[in-house]
Ligand binder design. Structure first.
Ligand code: NAD
Length: 258
């Protein structure tokens, strides 16, 4: 569908499970060369590696904890050393971190959520920029950064998820600033903002709670990771979205306020 993604080098953070995993499989099926990552090489990582191998994908796995700035830098360098360029960066690593009311929040909670959802994106993008600029110059088309935001970045997040919702709101806003700084270099920045997608992210919720959430969604059900993945392909493709930057694409089945 997105023929220009063939042979593109695409690094996807947090991509052994859920939304990132579906994106990794989708990019590989377009012929892209894919970097997959998680903080731990667990059974999910092994399964994805086996699947990509069986599909004949060109890829490499990198075990890096992106809550640490040094690991963000190492991840980017490892990928570029291995594949020679970076055309597309997908910042997907992230998560709830803690579910706590305001009056229970501690410094460690703040650090955990901000490191996971913001330091990871800011530092990985920071170290990726020279390579993205070089890609745009060499190819004569835009390079692309896509980060996974959230409906929580606009609606505030569910009860106990204020830090998470706030971190995603900041992420949405950071992108708009980076558009001002880097459009001259032909690098685009867009957000994919999922609604409630049925992944390990919601493992702490009962079936009853999930049903309640589904009732806030016009389509009456949670989304799947495979339904989110094509939006990353669209925003990565210069041919499809070369004039789109600074935007948030909501993928949420018509969800209004989780
Ligand atoms: P998930 O838990 O299924 O997957 C998260 C992935 O990130 C895993 O591969 C995990 O190994 C990796 N990861 C976690 N911490 C990491 C770290 N420190 N360094 C590197 N990798 C790390 O979650 P998901 O639901 O697929 O969420 C993916 C993204 O989508 C997150 O940014 C999340 O905030 C966002 N999101 C999810 C939903 C949802 O409903 N599931 C909604 C909106 C936004």
């Amino acid at each position: 569908m997105f023929a220009d993604l063939n042979d593109k080098t695409v690094l996807i953070t947090g991509s052994t499970k859920g939304i990132g995993r579906a994106a990794a499989v989708a990019f590989a099926r377009q012929g892209a060369i894919v970097g997959i990552n998680s903080s731990q090489k667990d059974s999910a990582a092994e399964e994805l590696i086996a699947q990509l191998e069986s599909e004949g994908a060109r890829f490499a796995y990198y075990e890096r904890d992106l809550t640490k700035s040094g690991e963000c830098e190492t991840l980017v360098n490892e990928f570029v050393d291995q594949f020679g360029s970076l055309d597309v960066l997908v910042n997907n690593a992230g998560g709830l971190g803690v579910r706590k009311g305001l009056e229970s929040l501690e410094d460690d909670d703040f650090n955990l959520v901000m490191d996971l959802n913001l330091r990871s994106v800011i530092m990985t993008t920071r170290f990726a920029m020279p390579h993205l600029k070089a890609s745009a110059e060499k190819r004569g088309e835009t390079a692309s950064v896509i980060s996974t935001g959230s409906i929580a970045g606009r609606e505030g997040g569910g009860l106990g998820a204020s830090l998470y919702g706030g971190s995603k709101a900041m992420l949405h806003n950071l992108h708009r600033n980076w558009v001002k700084e880097f459009t001259k270099d032909n690098v685009r920045f867009n957000i994919v903002a999922p609604g409630t997608i049925d992944t390990a992210f919601h493992a702490d919720k009962s079936a009853e709670v999930k049903e309640k959430i589904a009732s806030t969604i016009a389509m009456g059900r949670l989304g799947t990771s495979e339904e989110v993945a094509p939006s990353f392909l669209f925003l990565a493709s210069h041919a499809a979205s070369g004039y789109i930057t600074g935007q948030v694409i909501d993928v949420n089945g018509g969800q209004m306020c989780p």
